[in-house]
Design a protein around this ligand. Structure first.
Ligand SMILES: Cc1cc2nc3c(=O)[nH]c(=O)nc-3n(C[C@H](O)[C@H](O)[C@H](O)COP(=O)(O)O)c2cc1C
Length: 258
């Protein structure tokens, strides 16, 4: 898989692409390859958190759903599953983001689209619609490259040993810092335990969202964000374990064991 090579560079190259070249549609073979990749990419949770997907083009989308995404792209990956299952939401985020990294390696742009959920038909033979990713060849005036300045500083999203020279967790955390998130809210927090070679993953307690009167669908999106952030740790092999380490103001999600 391409994402294993040059992982750090792909993290720096990926950003949301919102303008596409509609004359340069992907070929049937290219789309079939992407579909195969989606099937074969590793799941974060293997036993639970099943989801399904289908790839459609803009024409199919426009004619079958009668709605329009604000962001128009030549192709869309529609994800379906059980919205109340956190593991399914994390799996979608994880696999979807690994795919976005794979795509940018071959100069194909992508964007997560969660803000248009209410306009899409809510059910399909494949289940309840959850989110989609628009993708295709970018327009000429769009460019690749993450804007690291638009992210919180590493110290605001992670606890780690800063005094240790060459702390190997810092590059892992820096990659996760640059992950995509709904409304760029970056609802994650990471705690590095270098002695055990583990990183605990947390999500901001959604109670704060209620205070800010943000939509409930954002909580669903933030569970997807956690899967996306965990995908940015995939430069190296890890397993997950649950070892509830509480933290005030956050929901404990999982522990990555490297
Ligand atoms: C779960 C999720 C939902 C998103 N929904 C939208 C959306 O509806 N419209 C949009 O333009 N961007 C959407 N985005 C893209 C984010 O705005 C973007 O990832 C964030 O601002 C960081 O920018 P970057 O991806 O260019 O690094 C979404 C991202 C995620 C992860």
């Amino acid at each position: 898989m391409r994402f294993k090579q040059n992982f750090n560079e792909l993290v720096l190259k990926r950003n949301s692409i919102r303008k596409y070249d509609f004359k340069a549609q992907l070929t049937k073979d290219e789309l079939a390859e992407i579909e195969n990749l989606l099937v074969s990419l590793p799941r974060l949770h293997k036993e639970e958190g099943e989801f399904s997907f289908k790839i459609i083009d803009k024409h199919t989308y426009d004619t079958t759903t009668g709605g329009k995404f604000k962001i128009q792209s030549p192709h869309y990956i529609m994800f379906y599953g059980d919205k109340s299952c956190d593991k399914a939401l994390q799996n979608i985020g994880y696999v979807g983001q690994l795919l976005c990294l794979e795509l940018v390696a071959i100069d194909i742009g992508s964007v997560w689209l969660g803000g248009t959920v209410q306009k899409v038909e809510q059910t399909d033979t494949k289940g309840e619609f959850i989110i989609c990713i628009g993708f295709g060849r970018k327009a000429e005036d769009e460019s690749f490259g993450v804007n690291a300045n638009k992210r919180k500083k590493l110290d605001a999203v992670a606890e780690y040993d800063k005094n240790l020279e060459n702390n190997p967790h810092i590059q892992l955390l820096e990659n996760a810092r640059l992950a995509a998130s709904a409304m760029n809210l970056q609802p994650w927090f990471f705690v590095s335990d270098l002695a055990a070679n583990k990183i605990h993953v947390y999500r901001k307690d959604p109670k704060i969202l209620k205070v800010l009167k943000l939509p409930a669908t954002l909580i669903t999106m933030q569970k997807i964000d956690i899967g996306i952030a965990i995908a940015h740790f995939a430069s190296t092999e890890f397993t997950t374990e649950q070892n509830v380490a509480e933290r005030k103001g956050y929901v404990y999600e999982t522990t990555l064991v490297f």
